[in-house]
Design a protein around this ligand. Structure first.
Ligand code: NIG
Ligand code: FE
Length: 424
């Protein structure tokens, strides 16, 4: 017999309906489709119907008794949140660098001196599969407690074939064991290892000839990402790495124009990347090229906040016709947070996005940024029943009462995995 679930009488069900084929752009980012006093009927982990409470109660009246019933009175219901850019799998923390930055050292200075990504690479290389798994699982639990049901996770702290594979294997194991869905990205080109600084080309060749084919062969990643930044990988090297990935079926993503303008946005359009992420310093020309090509712009205001940098010009990017998604960029150096709701707060308060736009950016547009909009990101019949219930009376309160966790219940594929703000 089918497993049934009835979520009833929410103050607002935010469905995000109608954006599954193409991501929401411009004013469509404000079309979040609110159903007042809404209910959802679920069978076997999939959404069957979203509708007014009275109507669904009547239609399913003979089956409600057999269903798991969740009373959402006074609360709001949204699609499970989606985080399209994380460095989830890594070992250790870098609070020492945080203290250094507070005294005036810059992120890039710390990295050039062998800290930053290199520090986390040393810790990650040293960590066993089991230790890496434990540390990453703890973070994943916290993501779930903050309403996230799907996230993207990058490698890039291994920087050798062996350790890049270890990171991706940990992500694969977590995908099997944990209720949060993980979509993996290979990011061997996250930094040139310290001992290869004199000959970065040798490392680029290894990424292209050794790592990409092996990762693709083992089916350990869907995407291929590069840190295209002055002092890291040039646009020309990034292009070769992303094109090489494409030959092996890996879809390009790019860390673009984060610290300095560096033609990353333009390159994203050129290689037909699914998304370009960061974009703090993206050129107008690059933004236009992204809009024309349909590259999703993933903005990471937590990183600007934590690096005390200028925020990405979200309004300009949205007005140019780029579909915008938001993400935590969870990592130990530039954004050690797991709170996507806080990122929504920052989206509003620091990038002048509207409360409607930030909801779109963390659900359906985020799904498009990682290629899962056919399955997740909206509450529509046939989709996975990935649902977050927030204990707030309306969606405005989510971005108004900032820096708090309002999550009450999380449902993943029709199963209650968080109840009353606690893991089940
Ligand atoms: O997205 N910019 C490059 N990568 C990460 C930071 C990684 C780290 O500092 O460990 C980012 O900001
Ligand atoms: Fe990142």
């Amino acid at each position: 017999m089918a497993q049934k679930m009835f979520i009833s009488n929410a103050n607002q069900v935010i469905t995000m309906a109608g954006h599954s084929d193409t991501p929401a752009k411009k004013e469509k980012m404000s079309k979040i489709s609110i159903m007042k006093h809404g209910s959802i009927w679920i069978e076997d982990g999939r959404i069957v119907e979203v509708g007014p409470d009275e109507e669904l109660r009547e239609k399913y009246r003979t089956q409600i008794e057999d269903a798991v019933q969740i009373d959402a009175t006074g609360k709001i219901v949204t699609p499970g949140l989606i985080d399209p850019h994380t460095h989830l799998v890594h070992a250790g923390t870098r609070e020492n660098e945080y203290a250094m930055r507070l005294k005036g050292k810059t992120y890039m200075e710390i990295m050039e001196a062998g800290g930053g990504i290199h520090a986390t690479t040393r810790a990650t290389q040293k960590a066993s599969h089991e230790k890496l798994y434990e540390e990453s699982k703890k973070r994943l639990d916290k993501f779930l407690l903050h309403g996230v049901t799907t996230l993207e996770a990058k490698s890039g702290y291994g920087l050798t074939l062996e350790h890049e594979l270890k990171q991706l294997e940990v992500a694969k194991q977590l995908q099997k064991d944990h209720s949060v869905d993980i979509i993996s990205t290979f990011m061997g080109a996250h930094a040139v290892p310290m001992n290869e600084k004199k000959n970065p080309e040798k490392f680029v060749t290894r990424v292209i000839e050794e790592m990409i084919p092996e990762v693709a062969e083992r089916k350990l990643a869907v995407f291929n990402d590069v840190f295209c930044e002055r002092g890291v990988f040039t646009p020309e090297q990034s292009k070769r790495i992303l094109e090489a990935g494409k030959k092996h079926g890996l879809i390009p993503k790019i860390h673009a124009d984060e610290i300095e303008p560096y033609a990353g946005a333009k390159l994203a359009a050129e290689v037909e990347a699914i998304s370009a992420d960061h974009l703090l310093k993206a050129s107008d020309e690059g933004i236009k090229a992204m809009a024309e090509q349909g590259v999703v712009g993933v903005l990471l205001p937590g990183t600007a906040f934590f690096l005390m940098a200028e925020f990405a010009p979200a309004r300009k990017i949205i007005d140019a016709g780029v579909a915008v998604a938001l993400s935590t960029d969870q990592n130990p150096g530039s954004s050690p947070t797991i709170s996507l709701p806080f990122i929504m707060n920052l989206g509003c308060l620091k990038m002048e996005m509207t409360p409607e736009e930030v909801l779109t950016a963390t659900t359906i547009n985020a799904a498009h940024a990682i290629g899962c909009a056919d399955e997740a990101g909206s509450l529509e019949s046939g989709k996975k029943a990935d649902i977050t219930i927030f204990d707030v009376p309306n969606y405005l309160t989510l971005s108004y009462q900032y820096g708090m966790n309002h999550v009450d219940t999380v449902i993943k594929s029709g199963k209650q995995v968080v109840v009353g703000g606690r893991l089940q």
